[in-house]
Design a protein around this ligand. Structure first.
Ligand code: DGY
Length: 326
């Protein structure tokens, strides 16, 4: 079987696919047009897809009727029309678990970075403006004993909660589709309705899978109800927040600060005024950017395709329902 990989991935995944007898094609440049990308998808049996630039929507599935499988090099699958993949019985794989620690590390880093105004102070140093000791300037806030609200307490949210509890003895509240018993038992996490989550959190961190109906859920009316000392953290998907409303909430002191590893739009425009704010830290979607996580993702994506090539179920499936449907 022929596998199209749109960008280089860690060697481990390539070796695994080759050892399993699969034929691999990786283009020699990674700024493909949609036409080029689609052409490669059409001429291969399976895709190992890196990034979310191109959407696997209904048009895509109509244009690639012979496709056998898609292995995503990500845990998120919001760029795939899963219902359409299900209708066609096309297995879609993702890469859970291996990036939970790395991604939650970035949420934790952003929380501290914003709380202690790290990027603002680093910018001052870089611009030669170290400044005199000033008891009143650029004061941060401590996180000890504060309340961390997690929106979407799955694997990544759990890791964030665990670290925050261990480091700062934070109270954990969460809002989720389902109760997370492990978090309730191990971390004393408390399930709360959404309204309580936003009004009680000193730090509110998003860790949910993104669904279109949640687009810009975090908007002016939500920021309005948050505490004025609150830090808003988004390492999940930029689509969760309205960035103009977030800017207004920050400049009007409705909330205290924001740490973003994902932006709306993404990439962020370089002249976005939010980048000028001293209470904001923005990173370029690097949640899973450690050698360990990226190797793990390559391994899982390869395992998913190897399984399909042998007529087996994907071990990490984003649409397991296709295996139970008749
Ligand atoms: C993921 O794995 O979903 C990361 O956000 C990269 O897209």
């Amino acid at each position: 079987m022929k596998v199209f990989i749109n960008k280089q991935i860690p060697e481990i995944g390539i070796h695994m696919l080759k050892d399993a007898g699969l034929e691999i094609f990786i283009p020699d440049h990674d700024n493909l047009t949609r036409e080029e990308w689609l052409g490669y998808c059409q001429s291969h049996d399976m895709i190992l897809s890196v990034g979310s630039e191109f959407k696997f929507d209904i048009d895509f599935f109509n244009e690639c009727p012979d496709l056998k499988a898609i292995a995503l090099y990500s845990v998120g699958f919001d760029h795939v029309d899963i219902q359409e993949a299900n209708r066609r019985k096309i297995p879609v794989g993702n890469t859970p678990d291996v990036l939970s620690k790395a991604t939650s590390d970035i949420a934790f880093l952003l929380m501290q970075s914003v709380a202690r105004r790290a990027s603002y102070n680093f910018e001052k140093v870089k611009s030669g403006n170290w400044g005199d000791f000033d008891p009143l300037h650029a004061l941060g806030q401590e996180l000890y004993g504060k309340t961390l609200g997690i929106f979407g307490l799955g694997r990544i949210g759990y890791e964030m909660a665990k670290k925050s509890k261990a480091a700062f003895d934070m109270e954990i509240i969460y809002h989720n589709r389902n109760r997370n018993e492990e978090a309730e038992n191990e971390l004393n996490a408390r399930y709360v309705p959404f309204e309580e989550l936003i009004s009680q959190s000193d730090v509110l961190s998003i860790h949910a899978n993104f669904k279109p109906e949640q687009a810009e859920l975090f908007n002016a009316s939500v920021f309005e109800k948050m505490k004025d000392n609150a830090i808003f953290i988004n390492t999940a998907r930029g689509g969760f927040h309205n960035q103009k409303d977030l800017y207004d909430a920050l400049t009007e002191h409705k909330i205290w600060g924001a740490g973003l590893d994902v932006t709306n739009p993404e990439p962020i425009y370089k002249d976005d005024p939010i980048l000028e704010l001293s209470n904001v830290c923005v990173l370029p979607h690097i949640g899973s950017a450690t050698a360990e996580a990226r190797n793990g993702m390559a391994k899982i994506a390869a395992e998913n395709l190897i399984a399909v090539s042998k007529g087996e179920k994907m071990p990490a499936s984003a649409n397991p329902e296709i295996y139970s449907e008749k």
